[in-house]
Design a binder for this molecule. Structure first.
Ligand SMILES: Nc1ncnc2c1ncn2[C@@H]1O[C@H](COP(=O)(O)OP(=O)(O)OP(=O)(O)O)[C@@H](O)[C@H]1O
Ligand SMILES: [Mg+2]
Length: 401
């Protein structure tokens, strides 16, 4: 029997079901109510994953008894499609319902090179007679500056863990299931504001003989990289490999360096070509994720790096024997260094915005302002991430020694 997905089953239907996003709810409500007498013709809902962006668009539809007309990045790119589908959709009044809402979900999916799609979206905003709701994870990329100007942007925040816990309790009550209070609290905290992640964990937990295992699994990312490499390079490719890296105690970027370093130790000839081809695809997705913050591509990155590499081997040849896998020292250093520079840059950027100076100058002055940046109240004000704070801690420490 196929189990229904709880995140879909419990997707809010009305404004009152959307938790801990009061400001966004108010803005969406006003926007659809007052349209077309609104200052801007489109609303951008942006924020981290799983906090209610797409949901709010559908709630707006229900509450106004409208239809949703959904467009994705590739539709926008396709002029013909835009003309053949959207024009009539905009011009004809909907037959059954009063109003239409146009939803452009996950606009971050439009790539940097694809300016056409964005331009088309701008035009759509100009001439549309229907309210447009756009969602995105991150709209601070330069390529969205025109979009930001033409739209009203509304930020959704990470949902507070107490609210998440209440959502989970509501679901359990409805499902007539019980999970202890401690486990519920921990799932809610672990989700870090992402309601979808919490509900998914809850569903998994409720199907386990011991629901608390859901948390332990996460803590026990214990498989070492050598075992993982052995399974990839020596084992038969199978679907279980797709989740292999979930249990490895290293980030995916680092795993990629390990795989890269060790491919020539296991593969030869045709196998090498295939493996490097898979690896180049990993790289492409990695870049796309990095540039566009399009986290869904992680699935593909992961698939090429696991199944892709594993299936590059000659199926008629068994790889037995022990291989002493090498640690990718040189590139690892480069990579770590790059990560450090990235963090420095991102901190400098926040600081620059805060004190109204250019990013270049902030970087230049970095050494001087570093002491100032280690103050917790400043870090809070600049909204530094945990990683960035950790970086500053290490930096000042190593300077003192
Ligand atoms: N504020 C909220 N109140 C209640 N449930 C929520 C809320 N936010 C998210 N959810 C739950 O999480 C699921 C996913 O939410 P949604 O699809 O709106 O996320 P999103 O913000 O669009 O994320 P993404 O950036 O990944 O597209 C919903 O189906 C719903 O079950
Ligand atoms: Mg969404």
């Amino acid at each position: 029997m196929k189990q229904t997905n709880w995140t879909e089953k419990y997707r809010p239907r009305f404004f009152s079901d959307v938790k801990d996003q009061d400001l966004a709810v108010q803005k969406v409500r006003d926007f659809v109510k007052n349209f077309p007498k609104t200052v801007k013709k489109a609303l951008v809902l942006h924020g981290p994953p799983g906090v209610g962006k797409t949901t709010l668009a559908y709630v707006a539809k229900n509450e106004t008894n409208s239809e949703i007309f959904e467009l994705n990045a590739s539709d926008l790119r396709n002029k013909e499609k835009m003309n053949s589908i959207l024009k009539p959709a905009i011009e004809q009044k909907s037959l059954m319902k009063e109003q239409k809402i146009i939803l452009v979900d996950e606009v971050d999916g439009i790539s940097v090179v694809d300016r056409g799609g964005l331009l088309e979206l701008m035009r759509l905003i100009e001439y549309s007679t229907h309210p447009i709701i756009i969602t995105a994870n991150d709209i601070w990329n330069k390529k969205f500056s025109d979009l930001r100007r033409k739209t009203e942007s509304v930020q959704l925040k990470e949902v507070d863990f107490q609210s998440i816990k209440e959502i989970l309790i509501g679901i359990l009550r409805n499902e007539r299931k019980f999970i202890s209070n401690d486990v519920l609290t921990n799932i809610s905290i672990k989700a870090r504001g992402d309601v979808r992640a919490a509900i998914n964990d809850l569903q998994t937990a409720s199907s386990l003989p011991d629901p608390s295992k859901v948390l332990i699994d996460e803590r026990n990312k214990e498989m070492d990289i050598f075992t993982a490499l052995k399974m990839i390079f020596k084992g038969k490719p199978n679907n279980a490999l797709l989740s292999l890296y979930d249990s490895v105690n290293k980030p995916l970027d680092e795993i990629m360096l390990w795989v890269e370093e060790n491919i020539p130790l296991e593969y030869h000839g045709e196998e090498l070509v295939k493996a490097y081809d898979a690896l180049s695809k990993v790289d492409i997705f990695k870049r796309r994720i990095y540039r566009q913050q399009y986290w869904r591509f992680l699935v593909y990155e992961n698939a090429f790096l696991s199944y892709g590499i594993s299936s590059s081997k000659n199926p008629n040849e068994t790889k037995s024997g022990f291989t002493s896998y090498k640690k990718p020292t040189r590139i690892l250093k480069m990579w770590l260094n790059n990560r450090r520079t990235e963090k420095k840059k991102s901190i400098a950027k926040k600081y620059a915005r805060y004190v109204h100076i250019g990013e270049k100058r902030a970087l230049y002055e970095f050494a001087t302002v570093k002491a100032f940046l280690t103050k917790p109240e400043i870090q809070k004000e600049l909204k530094l991430t945990e990683d960035e704070i950790e970086y500053l801690g290490k930096e000042t420490l190593s300077n003192k020694i």
